[in-house]
Design a protein around this ligand. Structure first.
Ligand code: COA
Length: 196
């Protein structure tokens, strides 16, 4: 079976650093994943114990070693504290496909930071991993998540009916996708026109 072998070096943007997550980041991640307001629109259950976060980090590492997923911690350039997470999952070499995920600590919302992190992830996904297609599913009520996808040049491709269980109800999601030719049309050869 063909799998990715990641050769990931810490990436920087104008304001952010994206680095591999290790167990030393456990308490920073627990702060994020135990906060219901942050994780309510994601696939995660709120973490009640640090042990859950530790298990999640070990699973990130297993997925990384298997070449199936890469989850990165986001910090400000001048800090080691992880304030957000951005990841690619379901990576598939044959189909050159992946799915994007992201979340950020509330004090940092609405400063354009996640759009900046997504720009770095797009550069990595399309110029390093050479994906053909990246997609993301966003609950239709998550207007901010939708806005980040749109600002990052993803196209809304469809509606996934009742594929998201939130607040004890099945809800719809939008399917967003971006493909290699979209990236080329908004990029210099090295991806410099993507959000920096
Ligand atoms: C989604 C999330 C990562 C966005 O991070 P962020 O750094 O605040 O995003 P940005 O600042 O890059 O962009 C936010 C955009 O939403 C807009 N926005 C914020 N609140 C809004 C509202 N109530 N209605 C409409 N737009 C809104 C902002 O104005 C901004 O758009 P603009 O640049 O055109 O003005 C963050 O809110 C978060 O972690 N949410 C919880 C987890 C989550 O939903 N993850 C996504 C799952 S698909």
């Amino acid at each position: 079976m063909f799998r990715y072998t990641f050769n990931f070096q810490t990436q920087t943007t104008a304001r952010l650093k994206l680095q591999r997550i290790s167990l030393s980041h456990c308490y920073d991640l627990f702060e994020l994943y135990s906060n219901e307001e942050i994780i309510q629109f994601t696939d995660n259950e709120p973490h009640l114990r640090v042990a859950q976060t530790r298990r999640m980090i070990r699973n990130f590492e297993k997925g990384f070693q298997r070449g199936e997923q890469i989850f990165l911690g986001i910090s400000l350039l001048n800090s080691e504290k992880i304030i957000g997470v951005i990841g690619l999952s379901h990576l598939n070499v044959r189909h050159q496909f992946g799915v994007i995920h992201f979340l950020l600590a509330k004090p940092f919302w609405n400063q354009g930071l996640m759009t900046e992190a997504v720009g770095a992830m797009l550069r990595y996904a399309f110029f390093e991993l050479k994906l053909q297609r990246l997609e993301g599913q966003v609950y239709t009520g998550n207007v901010v998540g939708c806005r980040v996808m749109e600002k990052s040049h993803f196209q809304r491709e469809g509606l996934l009916r009742k594929n998201f269980f939130i607040q004890r109800k099945f809800e719809d999601s939008y399917l967003y996708g971006i493909i290699w030719t979209d990236v080329l049309s908004i990029s210099e050869p090295n991806g410099t026109k993507l959000p920096q």
